[in-house]
Design a protein around this ligand. Sequence first.
Ligand SMILES: Cc1cc2nc3c(=O)[nH]c(=O)nc-3n(C[C@H](O)[C@H](O)[C@H](O)COP(=O)(O)OP(=O)(O)OC[C@H]3O[C@@H](n4cnc5c(N)ncnc54)[C@H](O)[C@@H]3O)c2cc1C
Length: 377
Amino acid sequence: MSKSEIDYLIVGGGIFGAYAAKMLSKSATVALVEREPSLMSRASRSNQTRVHCGSHYLRAPRTALDAKKYRDRFLNEHDFAINRGFEHIYAIARQGSLTSAQGFERFCDWLEVDLDRVYDDSIMDSRRVSESYKLKEFSFDPFLIANSYFRELRKNQVSLYLQSEIFNARRENDHWRVEIRDCTSQIISIEAKCVINATYSNLNSVAKQFGLPDIAMKHEYSELLLAYIPTLRDLAVTIMDGPFLSITPYGLSGLHVLSSVIYTHHFSTKDPEVKMPCQTNNRTCQVGNFNPCQFCKDRPMSAKQFMLNQAQSYIPNLGSVYVHGKLETVKSTWAVDDYRDERQTMVRKLATSPNFYSVMSGKVSAIYEMEGLFSVN
Ligand SMILES: Cc1cc2nc3c(=O)[nH]c(=O)nc-3n(C[C@H](O)[C@H](O)[C@H](O)COP(=O)(O)OP(=O)(O)OC[C@H]3O[C@@H](n4cnc5c(N)ncnc54)[C@H](O)[C@@H]3O)c2cc1C
C-alpha cells in the first residue's frame, strides 16, 4: 500500500471537481479521484451544453441572475471551447405556456438580456407559437474543456486517480484517512486535511462512505438525442415556457442536442441515492454506485420518436434529422419546488476539523461560486 499526505482530496472529476482541483492546486497539494477513465464523462458531458444567459429561468429569477452573473467570465475563460456561430431562437408556445410574449419580453428586459423579434415565420409554426425572438446564448464543448483541464491539472501536479474509487474512509484526529482503489486495483492510502465531494448524483453515497448525513436531492433518468440537423446549422431553438423542448448545437461537434421536458426524463426519484427501476434488472448497477447509463443494456426504451415528433410539430420545416446517438445520464438537483425550476448552486460543509464539503449545481458556469469557500481548517 502506498501512502501520501495532502491538503485537499477531491472526489469526482466532472467540471466542478476539475475546476476545484485547478483552483486549489495553485497554492496547495491536491489529489482528485474519478471513477471513469477520463474527466467530465458524466453529467458534464451529457447535457445541453448551453452557457445560460438566464432567459430560460422565468420561474426562478434567482437562478436567472446567477446564470447571468458568471456567463461572460465562463465564455472568456473557455473561449477555445465556445461555439458562438449560431443564433438562439426563443419561441413562445401559444398553448400550455407558463408565460406570454409580453411576460418573456418583460423578464428579459429586467434581466438586461437583448432580444430581437423574429418576423420571418419560415422556421417556427406560427399556429403553435405566438412570437419568436433571437438572442445570444452560446454553447460549450465538453471534450475540449475536459482536455484543457486535464493538461492544467497535470501541469499543477495534481495527483490524478482515474478509473479509481474510494474503498474506505474515516476520520483520524484532524484529517481524513482515505483508501483509494486505483485502476490497477492497488490500494493507495491518503491523509487529507479536507475532502471536497463533487460527485453530483452520487453526493449522498460518497458522504455516506465518510459517515456523513444525506442532503435532500431529486434524480431524473435523462435521455437527450444527438443529431445532425442541416436546417438548423446556425440556429438553436427553445420553446417557452413549460413542457416543451430545446435544440442546441452540441459544443463544436457540428451536431445538435435535442431535449424535451416531457420525454427526456424517464424516471424520477427523491431517494437520497440514485435508485431507478432499470437498476433492478442489472446486478452490477447498484444504488449508490450506478454505472454509466449511456451503453447500459437495461436502460429504458428510447423516447426518440416522441421527441422528434414534438420537434417537428413546432418546426414544420425541420427537414431531415440524422440521429447520431444519445446522451443518457442521471440529472440531479437539490430537492426544490418543482414549479420554480430552480438550479441553485450549493456548497454544504458537512464536517469540520477535518473539513468535508459537498458541492453541486445545475449550471456549468457556476464553477466560480466555489472560489474562496474551501479551507483546510
Ligand atoms: C440532461 C442535462 C442537461 C443539462 N443542461 C445543461 C446546460 O445546458 N447548461 C448547463 O450549464 N448545465 C446543464 N446541466 C447541468 C450540468 O450538466 C451540471 O451542472 C454539471 O455538469 C455538474 O457537474 P459536476 O462536476 O457536479 O457533475 P459530473 O459531471 O456528473 O461529475 C461528477 C463526477 O463524479 C464522478 N463520481 C461519481 N461517484 C464517484 C465515486 N464514488 N468516486 C469517484 N468518482 C465518482 C462521476 O464519474 C463524475 O465524473 C444539465 C444536466 C443534465 C443532466
